[in-house]
Design a binder for this molecule. Sequence first.
Ligand SMILES: Nc1ncnc2c1ncn2[C@@H]1O[C@H](COP(=O)(O)OP(=O)(O)OP(=O)(O)O)[C@@H](O)[C@H]1O
Ligand SMILES: [Mg+2]
Length: 328
Amino acid sequence: MKLAVLYNPPGALLPGEPIDKYAEHDGEETIRGLCGALERLGHTPTPVIADRRLPWRLDEGGFDAAFNIAEGEGRRSREAIPAAVCELLGVPYTHSDPLTLAVCLDKDVARRLVSSEVRVARGGVVSSRAELVALGLRFPVIVKPNDEGSSKGIRGGPLAADEDAAWSKVRWLTETYGCPVLVEELVTGAEVTVGLRGNGDDVELLGITELGPVRPGPEPFVYTHELKTDPNYAEHMYIRPTPQLPADQLQAIEGAARAAFRLLGCRDVARVDLRLNDAGEPVFLECNPIPGLKPGWSDLVLMTRDRMSYDELIGGVLVAAQRRWSKP
Ligand SMILES: Nc1ncnc2c1ncn2[C@@H]1O[C@H](COP(=O)(O)OP(=O)(O)OP(=O)(O)O)[C@@H](O)[C@H]1O
Ligand SMILES: [Mg+2]
């Protein structure tokens, strides 16, 4: 197949812009890795930047389909736009549809959708001090951008011990990123990320990875932007593709992740982040319907590397999409 690999490369930071402005964007290494895998699988991939020229690039490129890992541009619906352009032009594409991509990027909307079956932390979007007070949250809380990923904005101490600290963090995030801000009660048990691949009755568990601090301290563990970009992260945190958790908790984690995948309408592949509460029950944090695919680095790659090659990981996503496309 002649495949367009849709992506958004990081731009150059302008003076005064936050250091993690392009944290979600995919660099050359990911695109090279992905295109290499698609070539070895017998396809002809072409990297296509998902900017304002995307409709023309796609229309004139004569592609059979698109492999979509684009972050898009704009605010909470940005990830939906490249997928929507594919729909507009009738180009079949991998990963979720525009509605799911938009919903998952708005963490609060995603929380509301999954909360019919999966626990979520108490919290909500806050734009005034009165709204923060009205939530009546138990402290400490975590204060995070409502529509970002890759731990963007989760830096410089994202936890707040009281209302004053939480409100000052809300204001910092709003001023720095111009984004709505989500404040959530802290869930302090084990943290896991769950990879799922496939569709309908054929959704396969790619793995469950447990994350945590190497030396637990008095402060609860948070997977911050600082940790995500630290080449020496292993000195501070472990990433265990074989979680050291009891079987019943693992079963509950898998069940919650599968429920979130279904309730959010995910397709082909996704990664669901959860954390256990004091009772050992899984609590939904967020869902990533375009999970990172950087060779040797991203969660999905690390969680599967003992069982499948990078090419098999990518090939399975494409096969799941192709099965979907072939249905009337
Ligand atoms: N309510 C919470 N309780 C405890 N920890 C939390 C909570 N919300 C977020 N965290 C911590 O902050 C980290 C980042 O949060 P979250 O997964 O929502 O952000 P993200 O930037 O979308 O992440 P990703 O890099 O997976 O896209 C989590 O991995 C977790 O360590
Ligand atoms: Mg996350």
